[in-house]
Design a protein around this ligand. Structure first.
Ligand code: SF4
Length: 508
């Protein structure tokens, strides 16, 4: 990931979300879910569940034998004439790509949409080194013009309306752009076509890498993927090590799951299989092919048995589409490349809980993500496990929760385990809150509780359930009667003692 060291504050980020964004996001995610439903329904639930199970087992088998499949992949890519590089982190991956570019005198590069290169900030590194780098996927092209990060895994500009895109084109490209999707696409196409022809280097990621054949598989709906990987004389692919699959047969399952879940298509317009560089210079195509295998924290994810299934992800984005939190906050509130439920489990593991420890809490734990995930990643369970890691620390970071919050949680746990203490505490809170109370609400609380009231008022403590319950069950009524008798007897005894004391004093 980009060198993110400042802790992500999800609550503060949601405050900055522009008011029109949730509506744009919800329109797009509804549409994507609608098309998904139509293609999944055609298959029938039984077949779909079989496919999901097969996808899960296959991905789990692969990441459990990652060393074997990556070694095989390296051998096959090399046999096919490609060059393989290993990058431990984003910085190293960027350095490798820059060295390749410099050694080939690259001045212009074109890129296919790739989350791995977003993750490491490759564009910034290339542009800073003076290499003109252009995103060529329409959505990525738009957000590059806007100077913002993608807000969805498969639809990076989902937060923008067509009117905003038209304004952007007018401002940045100096063209007369109507707010018409077909015409906006035509404007972008004309600009990009020139860039494809001029580029010295094409950069891509990959949806999958086939170990058995050393083949890169790129799934896309725009012809830009093929243009970037076939027109320039040099092709560099930066791919996460988790993207490897054993063989072509595995693709049969995964290529049924991915487009159906992502865009609601049986298959996308283009599925490209790239094995090494061009074999025949006469026929064109890149003369050199480099594959940069990116770790960047993935082997760390692999180490924890409770969270390693995060690496099964095939980046379909459907968990974002069904997530109520994503639909209300949009992608940028997650503060890193990966948003939505997958971002909430992946980012804390890649960036550490000190930086992204807020994200596992950005979930209602409704479970919709796990129900829709095509490879059956148990996202809610991983979220809960990560919340524990945030509180207790992990192999990389110490606890990310402030000691005062931990002390508060412990006090809460103690009160909940002792009924008398809970009752006493809830009655005491009713008294202490009085100066802050405005009607039924507590609009602002002192730190650290102000993290809640920064976003919304807190309902006033009004714990009357126990009183209510007492008069509604025979045991409760009995207990109440006994308490009242006891209180009456105590009051009478105290009054009698006071009276006796008073009489004795008078006699003296
Ligand atoms: S976690 Fe599952 S649903 Fe979410 S992007 Fe990954 S594969 Fe798709």
């Amino acid at each position: 990931m980009k060198n993110l060291t400042t802790p992500i504050d999800f609550r503060a980020n949601t405050q900055a979300v522009q008011s029109q964004i949730p509506a744009s996001v919800q329109r797009a995610t509804r549409r994507l879910l609608g098309t998904r439903a139509s293609v999944v329904d055609v298959l029938g639930d039984e077949r779909w569940q079989q496919l999901r199970k097969a996808g899960h087992d296959l991905r789990l088998h692969t990441i459990s034998h990652l060393d074997h499949y990556l070694t095989l992949l390296e051998e096959r890519v090399t046999e096919a004439g490609g060059h393989v590089h290993w990058a431990l982190d984003g910085e190293e991956a960027n350095r490798i790509v820059l060295e390749i570019a410099r050694s080939h005198g690259v001045r212009r590069a074109v890129k296919v949409k790739s989350m791995a290169t977003e993750e490491i900030g490759l564009n910034h590194a290339l542009i800073a080194a003076g290499i003109q780098t252009l995103e060529t996927d329409l959505g990525e092209y738009i957000i590059q013009l806007a100077g913002v990060a993608p807000s969805h895994i498969i639809a990076p500009a989902v937060h923008l309306t067509k009117e905003e895109i038209a304004d952007l084109f007018r401002e940045k490209l100096g063209v007369d752009a109507p707010a018409e999707p077909v015409q906006l696409a035509a404007i972008a196409r004309a600009k990009l076509r020139e860039a494809f022809l001029m580029a010295d280097m094409g950069i891509s990621g990959a949806n999958f890498m086939v170990a058995e054949t050393g083949t890169l598989v790129i799934v896309s709906n725009e012809g830009n993927g093929r243009m970037c990987t076939t027109l320039p004389p040099l092709h560099v692919a930066v791919v996460g090590i988790d993207k490897v699959v054993p063989d072509l047969e595995s693709l049969d399952v995964l290529l049924k799951l991915l487009p159906r879940s992502a865009t609601g298509q049986k298959m996308t317009c283009y599925t490209s299989f790239i094995t090494g560089p061009s074999r025949d210079p006469e026929e064109g195509g890149p003369q050199e092919f480099h594959l940069v295998l990116l770790d960047n924290g993935r082997t760390r994810v692999l180490r924890d048995a409770a969270t390693r299934e995060t690496l099964l992800c095939i980046r379909c984005g459907v968990c974002l589409n069904v997530c109520p939190v994503y639909n209300h906050a949009g992608g940028h509130a997650f503060g890193n490349t990966y948003s939505g439920p997958i971002g909430s489990i992946l980012a804390p593991q890649l960036l550490g809980v000190k930086v992204a420890g807020d994200l596992p809490f950005a979930s209602s734990l409704c479970g919709a993500c796990a129900e829709y995930c095509p490879v059956k990643i148990p996202i809610p369970e991983i979220l809960l496990h990560l919340r524990r890691r945030v509180a207790e620390g992990d192999q990389v970071d110490g606890p990310a929760i402030a000691p005062v919050v931990v002390a508060g949680a412990r006090a809460g746990a103690l009160a909940l385990s002792l009924p008398w203490l809970y009752e006493f505490g809830s009655q005491a809170l009713r008294v202490f809150q009085a100066p802050l109370r405005r009607g039924k609400w507590l609009p602002s609380l002192p730190p650290p509780a102000n993290r809640w009231t920064m976003a919304r008022p807190m309902p006033a403590f009004n714990a009357t359930f126990r009183q209510w319950w007492r008069v509604r069950t025979p045991e409760g009524r009995d207990r109440l009667r006994r308490r009242r008798l006891f209180a009456g007897a105590l009051a009478t005894g105290l009054a009698a003692a006071a009276l006796r004391w008073w009489i004795l004093r008078r006699r003296e």
